[in-house]
Write a protein that binds this ligand. Structure first.
Ligand SMILES: Nc1ncnc2c1ncn2[C@@H]1O[C@H](COP(=O)(O)OP(=O)(O)OP(=O)(O)O)[C@@H](O)[C@H]1O
Ligand SMILES: [Mg+2]
Length: 419
């Protein structure tokens, strides 16, 4: 049996040193791990704060508050790049109030913020003395140790920068802090872009809605007022002639027109959309045609060749108001003697035709904004069907409007199943 060897004194010292080394390695790893966890926490908190719904202002405020708290910065700000090569202060915490009020816009070429906003890259400057020299006043009550500038980026586009005013060097917060800050800049960029797209979508929805309400007003109240003005003219001519029975007839027509205009106005006030009579499209067009003939003296022929009707209420409204505007145009512009309106369908393909034998259309009609809107609105209504809109017109040869569209397949299928 071999005798156990007794440890040498030198070997003991080596072991102790290697244990100490292992201990310090473990400690460093623990610190690294703690920092990594802290970094992930920071990223998580920032991502959460950026995902809150709200305006861009609320987004920046939430971002700055969260960030200042997490990394213990003394002040922080966000500057966005402007189209003319400057950076604009859009949110801040802890800056001297005069800086916030008067030094919002800076030329990009003259400071680290501008450089980072154009060329990218994280930049660190000791203190803010160069910035103070540039703007002519200190940025903080008491200067900081490091001024850090981080690009705010969406994909490869730099949208601006955010700044941190730190009381200790960034390096002291761990080696992965730089990567973390860059990553936060990308999160902020993504949130800004998302807010911008949402804002744009809201703006377009508002424009679309205003446009629709404008169209509805044109086709209801504006048309009614024009009609009533004509009726009023005829009424006063009848009175001037002392033809009281004709005057009475026009006064009654005027009262009916006012009732219709009032009903349209009520529809617009409650639904922001016009409705057509519950009797349905064909009957409502028949009433319109009857009124048109009576009021204008133009011979008007309504030919409904549709087998079965399978339009949605929204489609019926578009078709009705296209026909109404076409007739209003015949009345105002054509000097026609005859008008024909035809509805026809082959399966779920519908055709609407409105033709007159009047003067035909002039080349173009210029006017003030809001004038001569009828044809454009007819086209917009056609797009909403959706369908095709064609005008055929030659000077002296009359005007023909053709509208072609499909009934929705589901409605057509339901009708077929019923019939
Ligand atoms: N049936 C038609 N016959 C002759 N010209 C027409 C006819 N329909 C339209 N026009 C011409 O086309 C122009 C544009 O028509 P549109 O309906 O867009 O505007 P408007 O009728 O002048 O004004 P609004 O419809 O806004 O009251 C008219 O000004 C007119 O010159
Ligand atoms: Mg018109």
């Amino acid at each position: 049996m071999s005798k156990p060897t007794s440890p040498q004194p030198g070997a003991k010292a080596d072991d102790a040193a290697s244990i100490a080394r292992a201990g310090s390695r473990a400690q460093t790893q623990a610190v690294r791990l703690a920092r990594k966890t802290q970094s992930l926490d920071i990223l998580y908190e920032i991502a959460t704060s950026l995902n809150q719904p709200g305006s861009l202002e609320q987004l920046f405020d939430g971002f700055l508050d969260t960030f200042i708290e997490l990394i213990d910065a003394r002040a922080a700000s966000v500057r966005l790049a402007t189209a003319d090569g400057q950076t604009r202060l859009v949110a801040s915490r802890g800056l001297v109030p005069e800086v916030v009020e008067s030094d919002r816009v800076m030329p990009a070429a003259r400071c680290p913020c501008g450089l980072a906003a154009t060329a990218g890259g994280l930049r660190i400057q000791s203190g803010t003395a160069p910035c103070a020299a540039l703007i002519g006043r200190p940025m903080l009550e008491r200067d900081c140790t490091e001024f850090v500038v981080v690009p705010v980026q969406y994909q490869d586009r730099i949208l601006g920068v955010y700044n941190l005013f730190l009381d200790r060097p960034l390096e002291a917060m761990g080696e992965d802090m730089r990567d973390l800050l860059i990553s936060v800049g990308r999160h902020l960029g993504l949130a800004i872009e998302k807010a911008r797209l949402e804002g744009e979508a809201r703006r377009l929805a508002i424009i679309e809605e205003r446009n629709i309400i404008g169209n509805e007003l044109h086709d209801s109240l504006a048309q009614s007022l024009i009609g009533m003005r004509l009726q009023l003219k005829i009424l006063s001519e009848s009175l001037a002639r002392k033809d009281f029975s004709a005057a009475q007839y026009e006064a009654n027509a005027l009262r009916r027109a006012m009732t219709r205009a009032n009903a349209d106005l009520r529809d617009l006030l409650t639904n922001y959309r016009l409705k057509i009579d519950e009797s349905g499209l064909v009957q409502t067009v028949a009433n319109l045609v009857e009124r048109f003939g009576r009021e204008t003296g133009i011979a008007v022929f309504f030919q409904n060749e549709c087998q079965a009707f399978a339009l949605t209420p929204a489609q019926e409204i578009q078709v009705y108001y296209i026909i109404q505007e076409a007739l209003a145009n015949v009345r105002k512009h054509s000097s026609a003697r005859n008008v024909r309106i035809m509805l026809n369908n082959e399966g779920d393909l519908y055709t609407v035709l409105i033709e007159d034998d009047g003067l035909g259309m002039a080349e173009s009609a210029d006017g003030m904004p809001g004038e001569h809107a009828g044809l454009a609105i007819m086209r917009e209504r056609t797009e909403r069907l959706p369908g095709q809109f064609v005008i055929e017109s030659e000077p002296g040869e009359g005007t023909r409007i053709v509208l072609i569209f499909n009934a929705p397949p589901l409605a057509a299928a339901a009708t077929a199943a019923r019939g």
